[in-house]
Design a protein. Structure first.
Length: 255
């Protein structure tokens, strides 16, 4: 017991509210940049880990589309407690020096059409089977997370810190229309976001989601994330932010 208490104290140094908020932003940014996660469930009281595709609700709660036939889904039916590992270490020579986040929570089945749309927009291939009777959407109600942001930067974060909490209902109600409009009428801007701002050139980039903190892009299974400079809470603010990003991209490329 003493060893556990000492470990928890080392993992949770006292920090300011501002520092907590910054760590929360880092954690959400790390999650939203991943298209998949390692899912930990309980199998007969023991650990079971599998690979799943992940999307995110507006508040950054993970969304999973699971088949009834999968072992992890049967595990969740018996015990809804899950953990998700989001790994941001790809491409590093020393992966253990890179960022990762373990999220703990409860996986709860959801019939929310907006959440399902967010998942299928992020993973277009899933639209082919998302409506099958043996597939169901699950939203993970986050309880806390363990963030490793780098050497010596390790901390447990409560749910209130991990989730986006500010009301952005007007923008979120318009999110699907914004995504459709950008892909149909401003595909050139979407390509600029990927190529000039994110260093991800190539044709076929599409916007697959927008939330108060940024936009999601996708091309042939490749996922990219572009963050806003400031939170966006209304459709008008979203339009202004997207125009600003396009202008920055054009200026960076000299065109």
């Amino acid at each position: 017991m003493t060893d556990r208490i000492i470990t928890e104290r080392r993992d949770r140094p006292p920090v300011s509210d501002a520092a907590d908020a910054d760590l929360g932003r880092q954690a959400r940014r790390l999650m939203r940049r991943q298209g998949r996660a390692a899912l930990g469930t309980s199998l007969h009281g023991g650990p079971y880990v599998s690979l799943v595709l992940a999307a995110f609700d507006v508040d950054a709660s993970p969304l999973l589309l699971l088949s009834n036939l999968a072992q992890h889904t049967r595990n969740v039916a018996e015990d809804g407690r899950v953990s998700l590992l989001f790994d941001g270490t790809e491409g590093l020579d020393d992966p253990l020096s890179g960022p990762r986040l373990t999220v703990l929570g409860q996986a709860v089945r959801s019939n929310d059409p907006q959440q399902r749309a967010r998942f299928t927009m992020r993973h277009p291939g899933s639209a082919a089977y998302a409506g099958f009777g043996d597939f169901h959407l699950y939203r993970v109600a986050v309880e806390r997370g363990h963030l490793v942001a780098g050497f010596g930067r390790i901390r447990w974060l409560d749910a209130a810190v991990l989730r986006w909490a500010t009301d952005a209902a007007p923008m979120i109600a318009a999110a699907a229309d914004i995504v459709t409009h950008m892909n149909l009428d401003h595909a050139d801007a979407v390509a600029l976001y990927a190529g000039r701002l994110l260093g991800r050139p190539g044709d076929g980039w599409k916007m697959t989601g927008i939330d108060p903190e940024g936009i999601d892009l996708q091309r042939d299974g490749e996922i990219a994330r572009l963050d806003f400079a400031h939170p966006v809470l209304t459709p008008a603010a979203a339009r202004a932010a997207l125009i600003e990003l396009a202008a920055a991209a054009r200026a960076r490329g000299g065109g």
